[in-house]
Write a protein that binds this ligand. Sequence first.
Ligand SMILES: NC(=O)c1ccc[n+]([C@@H]2O[C@H](COP(=O)([O-])OP(=O)(O)OC[C@H]3O[C@@H](n4cnc5c(N)ncnc54)[C@H](OP(=O)(O)O)[C@@H]3O)[C@@H](O)[C@H]2O)c1
Length: 261
Amino acid sequence: MRYYIITGTSRGIGEDLAKAAASDGNGTMLFCISRGGSEEVSKFVGNSGAVVNDIRFDLSKTAEIDDLVDRIFRGIDAAHCEELVLINNAGVLEPVGPAGYNSTAAVEHHMRVNLLAPMRLTSLCIAAAARAAISGRKLALQIISGAAHRPYQGWSAYCAGKAGLAMFARTVALEQKEEAYPFLSLAVAPGIIDTRMQEVVRRSDPQQFPDRDAFVRYHEDGKLDDPHETASWLMKIINDTSLESGSIIDLREYRKGEIHG
Ligand SMILES: NC(=O)c1ccc[n+]([C@@H]2O[C@H](COP(=O)([O-])OP(=O)(O)OC[C@H]3O[C@@H](n4cnc5c(N)ncnc54)[C@H](OP(=O)(O)O)[C@@H]3O)[C@@H](O)[C@H]2O)c1
């Protein structure tokens, strides 16, 4: 059995990732996590022969993530688990605006969803897989952003959270190298994708986010990538056994063939 745990599957990249993962059909089980859920994913997965567990969960409730992972692992048949893939895709952009004006509550919510939840999901999956002695291939994929490496005025929480997640992925890779049945750990910046998050970017107040017009132009010039295509490329990364654990991948470079293991 192949198991996928994917966050943020109600729309955007995550919704297409769930459909791409399900297209393997029989022998695939998905745990799809979001607050809103997606009827499209449930219908698509149902027709594909894969099994979907639609989990409505607010990832900002980080104290409840231990129970969530326990619940998920009760549904995993460890003895027949050939592959276990965790994709931490859920994310938010807000708060947008200069750091000095962001509220503590807004920054805390952001960090819970974008940094703490993926860290805890990864850590708890590593621990649960070790307890269950899952010897099949295991991968934790963090969806980061170019903003992990490049600062944007008005995106201090987003940049800091994604940079933190990239370093978390690298650290986990280092630790897992010592394990008998290690988890592979990767982080991918997907590019600029035509999703609701980009609508939020374009709706930003330019006083709060001075680079807004550049993103409006990318959209007008048709430079945004399609989420479906992005999900297919992410699946190629997931299945690419030549990639070294700890790699931080720019999907646009990977697509051009500029990254080889
Ligand atoms: N789009 C881009 O250009 C771009 C570029 C670089 C990186 N990324 C990254 O790619 C990932 C996906 O982004 P996207 O563009 O597909 O965004 P999106 O269309 O806004 O979708 C975000 C997903 O995250 C989920 N989510 C948000 N808050 C949540 C919470 N508290 N609990 C559970 N789920 C939550 C949403 O589900 P619910 O609202 O139903 O909970 C939704 O499914 C994000 O990590 C983003 O930072 C995107």
